[in-house]
Design a protein around this ligand. Structure first.
Ligand SMILES: [Zn+2]
Length: 120
């Protein structure tokens, strides 16, 4: 499953603090529990395919695109002067004419598309 609103998820992600340990490991503050963190791991496949894991319930139930994963990917992008947008379909992503990544879904579900542009 994917988030209902990708824009909403990006908005939530913006309020989270992401601490990059390395390009594969990011610690992100919890949305629901101010005293807790979630750990996001990111794996990079060939051809721009990204796999994320998170310790939150949403991710543990086999869903992708939790606010923590979004915050983690955005923090990694920001470090390289890039900003991300998330899309439901490949066609939406392609229309942006920016570098495109695919966030792979779990259990055969469809994933999400990500475009990367130069940040501000
Ligand atoms: Zn999460």
């Amino acid at each position: 499953m994917k988030p209902n609103s990708l824009k909403g998820q990006q908005g939530r992600a913006r309020n989270l603090k992401a601490h990059i340990v390395n390009r594969n490991l990011i610690v992100v503050s919890s949305t629901t529990t101010p005293t807790a963190n979630h750990v996001v791991t990111v794996e990079y496949d060939k051809q721009g395919v990204i796999h994320t894991r998170c310790t939150c319930i949403w991710a543990m139930n086999g869903n992708i695109g939790c606010a923590h994963s979004v915050a983690a990917l955005e923090a990694l992008a920001a470090k390289r002067g890039r900003a991300l947008s998330f899309w439901e379909t490949k066609a939406d992503a392609r229309r942006q004419k920016h570098r495109t990544f695919y966030l792979a879904g779990k259990r055969g579900d469809e994933g999400l598309w990500i475009t990367s542009r130069r940040g501000l």
